[in-house]
Design a protein around this ligand. Structure first.
Ligand SMILES: [Zn+2]
Length: 284
């Protein structure tokens, strides 16, 4: 290519990138709703996965993304049922899962662990909006809602992604929503939010003891029990890898470089900010 052609290509590529950034900053991403099982849907496209269980007496959501996604969540639910949204189970306090609470609390009951509520009240997520709103109903171990003959059961199995994570279970459909105890390819351990890579696998072992065949992860594609087991084993591999590096005397910067190479943790990413310093301390 001649130099002027290259310059033109670079200029138009830069324009496209800048236009995309401007577009995505003003427009919430388009959400889509997909059927998972009879009367159970998954809403994707921005923030965490939102599960919607339709019953004859109303809809139960699991998580509610960011505040900006509220209208699209309501529209997506309306596209499959005329029933109103009555309950929202939160898997944890992060804004991409609980940010919608501020819009829903006037018309629905939000249910979370007592610890997730505390984390929101204390603004434990440093980069969250100031108006993230806590649940009205909390539990420490387990809570169920029965609506239209169906049960949704939330249980705190222990620490992992944060110190207030819940696994939300729909027994009749043998389906769980894991929140970010399963999300993406490698775990984000939110140490400032009470997370723990040592406890994470024990927490998932508890969850794996339940009777289910379908898994809606915090982010990413719907999977099965074997998919969750693989994720759990990968958390253990990561922990063993980092523990080996820490015990051989590697510095935080050196461990960070390995994580970038082997786990694609980008410099400056949330993994580097929230997970790396805590890993160095917990795995000493
Ligand atoms: Zn999270």
């Amino acid at each position: 290519m001649r130099k002027s052609t290259i310059m033109r290509a670079v200029a138009s590529a830069s324009f496209l990138v800048l236009s995309w950034v401007a577009y995505t900053q003003t427009q919430p991403a388009k959400l889509t709703i997909t059927k998972v099982k009879e009367d159970l849907y998954n809403i994707e496209g921005d923030g965490g996965n939102v599960a919607a269980l339709v019953t004859s007496e109303g809809v139960i959501l699991i998580d509610d993304k960011y505040e900006r996604d509220h209208d699209q969540i309501v529209a997506a639910v309306k596209s499959v049922t005329p029933q109103p949204i009555k309950y929202i189970f939160s898997t944890h306090h992060h804004e991409d899962h609980s940010g919608g609470n501020v819009q829903f609390v006037s018309s629905a009951i939000v249910v979370s662990t007592a610890q997730a509520r505390k984390n929101i009240v204390e603004h434990k997520q440093s980069n969250a909006a100031a108006n993230v709103t806590p649940a009205q109903f909390v539990y420490t171990q387990e809570a169920s809602v029965f609506l239209g003959g169906k049960e949704v059961r939330a249980r705190h199995f222990g620490r992992g992604h944060t110190n207030g994570d819940a696994i939300v279970y729909i027994p009749s459909l043998k389906t769980i929503h894991t929140g970010d105890l399963m999300a993406g390819v490698s775990p984000l351990i939110d140490y400032p939010g009470g997370g723990s890579v040592v406890e994470w696998t024990k927490t998932l072992d508890g969850a794996l003891g339940m009777d289910f065949d379908t898994v809606i992860p915090g982010h990413g594609k719907v999977t099965d029990k074997a998919g969750l087991k693989t994720y759990r084993d990968n958390v253990e591999k990561l922990r063993n890898r980092v523990a080996g590096l820490v015990k051989s005397g590697k510095s935080q910067d050196e461990v960070g470089k390995v994580m970038t190479e082997e786990y694609k943790w980008a410099p400056g990413s949330l993994n580097m900010q929230w997970s790396l310093p805590g890993l160095m301390t917990e795995l000493k």
